[in-house]
Design a protein around this ligand. Sequence first.
Ligand code: 9D3
Length: 347
Amino acid sequence: MNRYHVLTLFPEMIQNGLGTSITGRAIEKGAIGLEAVNIRDYAGNRYGKVDDYPYGGGAGMVMQAEPVYQAWKAVTEQIGRRARTIYVTPQGAVFTQAMAQELAKEEDLIFLCGHYEGVDERVLEEIVTDYVSIGDYVLTGGELPAMVMIDAISRMVPGVLSNETSAESESFQDGLLEYPQYSRPEEWHGRRVPEVLLSGHHARIEKWRLEQSVSRTRERRPDLYEAYQKEQESRFEIRFVNEGIRYRAKEGQTILEAEIAAGITPDAPCGGQGTCGKCQVAANGKSVLACQTKVEPGMRIDTGKKKRTRAQILASGHRREVPLAPGKLPRKVEHPLLAAVDVGSTT
Ligand code: 9D3
């Protein structure tokens, strides 16, 4: 459960925006909590005035320190401790998927939305822990940025997305853009669905999708493509001999991580902590624990696996069943360290 507290002059904007669709359902289900606090309620005067002229002159008005402080203090007392407080501002660090993942770990998050020319600096110094922007363009207020951030953060929280949709960073997996998608009919406006997708040949489909992801990234996001190329160059080949799989491993990766990324379901009930001993493999003929051993160029790995049909993958608290045949595994594994536990076998 994640609780978001938004300090704003337009609470209904936040409630309406996030009360709809997926985030709205998550709030109803109790997977996340949302509170929009009207700073004007803490004005301390009967007109609800919260702004004044800037010292030193200049255009516009400045949001005064005391109403912002009182609103923040009320929320902080209700939480029972100082929570991370994000001031959404064009002068902040640009919000990323990595930040969303990081912030999703917090129990409570307070967002402060500015209006007018800004907020009195002194209250920011006392309450703000993070300054965050959503990009280099000028908006009329901080409410939409706060909503954007809360949307991105909340979809990383377990139970917010449906079971079929997994909380991975779709557009940025492997640093590549997603491949194109097609649905019925097979022909529309004279345009046919690419033949390979109708072939049922799983391996060819995967290859085609990867090629599409790469070319699409090169055309639309040359910045991401360059980073992807750099990353690929630092990779080297290893082989899983009994599965007959070649895999381009990353420097620093453990054998267990490489197994998962290559679509092999490893036996590692302890989740890679090195305590269960079940992930033992032969690496270049030497018996090692896959979770404790780094990959090396040209490494030959024998996982020595017996035939099993199903396994459970426990990934960051999510439980789902996956077939063990490598070709039928989900293409993407969203968590590098997950434990596969065999079902119905002796342990
Ligand atoms: C016109 C006023 N500007 C003076 C040069 C300062 C200014 C204050 C407040 C500009 C925009 C805003 C309102 N925007 C936000 O509060 C905001 C924002 C944004 O405008 N772009 C990207 N990310 C963010 S996060 C908050």
